[in-house]
Design a protein around this ligand. Sequence first.
Ligand code: SF4
Length: 60
Amino acid sequence: MVERGFITVIGCNKCGKCDNVCPKRAIERIDGITRISHEKCDLCMGCVEIFPNKALKLLE
Ligand code: SF4
């Protein structure tokens, strides 16, 4: 887990694979757009590490 920063969505192709990745349910899809709830996210990095195309990225 990292100490600071936030997860952002870059290049999402709406594959839906992230639906069950986040233990905090911080990955949300609203009107077809994937976003991260920064209130729920604890920066565990699980979602960043699972996608080889880097659709989710940590910004520090
Ligand atoms: S970093 Fe962890 S808590 Fe935050 S959105 Fe990704 S999987 Fe969820």
